[in-house]
Design a protein around this ligand. Sequence first.
Ligand code: JHZ
Length: 392
Amino acid sequence: MKKIFLDLGMQPLANNFSTKYIPASFRLKLKFDTNSKLVMISKHMKKEKMFNKSYPYRSSKSKLVHKLFRNLSKKIKKKLKPKNILEIGCNDGVFASNFDRKKITCIEPCEDVAIEAKKKGLKVYVNYFDNKLVRKLINSHQKFDLIFSANTLTHISNYKEVFSNISKILDDNGTVIIEEPSLLETIKKNSYDQFYNEHIYVFSTIALKNILKEHKLEIYDIENIPVHGGSNRYYIKKKNNKKLRFSQNYKKNITIEKQYKLHNFSSYKKFSFNVQKSKKNFISLLNNLKKDQRKIIGYGASAKAVTVLNYCNLKEDYFDFFYDTTKQKIGKFLPGTKIKVKEYKQLKDNKIYVFLGAWNFAKEILEKEKFFLNNSGKFITHVPFPRILKKN
Ligand code: JHZ
């Protein structure tokens, strides 16, 4: 049975940046499946509407992403020594570029993003990861001893098809590594903005374990990584592969999630209460600043920021503009609002208040904006609760 626990109101497609104002178009609710323990959004958009030629997100925009992928690829080469790698959802090729081009095949459905990966010399199928493509791979006798996917599998609505296909093309001794935002971190940080149209699921280890079982796959190790607001890197194998052993860290993650009762609906009711409280307090914080005639801007026109602003109904009356470094977002409206995204300039005006739309990169951003901070510039965040950041 699926039970609704939170209503995030009317939302737009979170990456639909456009020069025209596009109002919010669908109601976003969150559900918990009492059987699989999976948490998901209630409405699934057509993939062609979300992931197409104009998709703006580029993984290469973050230094942290580069660093984590570089370190992971070193570890993979040393420990797993793969001969034939598949990356599902390679974006602009930040992970895949760390490997010998002959050893890696990529899949990326968003054409313009795929072009950027191809420019790095990578072999890219400009396709969705679906039955048709998997048949093509099987017909060309391709099996992979490493399948990697970061922030992609939870973007595909039919997870049963995804894992069934993965199990078909995975070598019997192979490993699947997937990175996805952690549900535990989402709950702990009250970061409800992890839920938007692209994030159809946010996995707990408990739920992922349950859904993999059907496909004779199992998690054997987990790394908790600091990217995208707190993610998990899951190492998965075929059930019959007895060479790879369950790690202590896998067991620890399951234990902690059980302590937080991620398998119980009551935890999501509590989360829902906390999220509504966060909305109330965030609105009141911005109202107070506006009463004092403060100028507020946003920093990082992330999908998460779009979700927060639409949920809290804090739009162009509150924010003058958003800064972002992504070419594809600049000059466009933040979806569901009339707030323009401007090309990033280093912060100088210490009278403005700056909302961290990319709060997950707070460390990187605060480091970059030392001048602003040292001159009493103020950052605002809503994670884990709405407040003006104090200088350390
Ligand atoms: P960022 C996207 O979510 C979409 P978003 C997607 N669905 C997903 O799963 C995650 O990524 C992984 C900008 N920025 O990464 C760049 C600056 O301007 O949190 C981005 O537009 N200056 C695939 O959109 C945005 O902020 C900076 O210094 O929530 C951050 O978006 C930095 C560091 C970022 O992902």
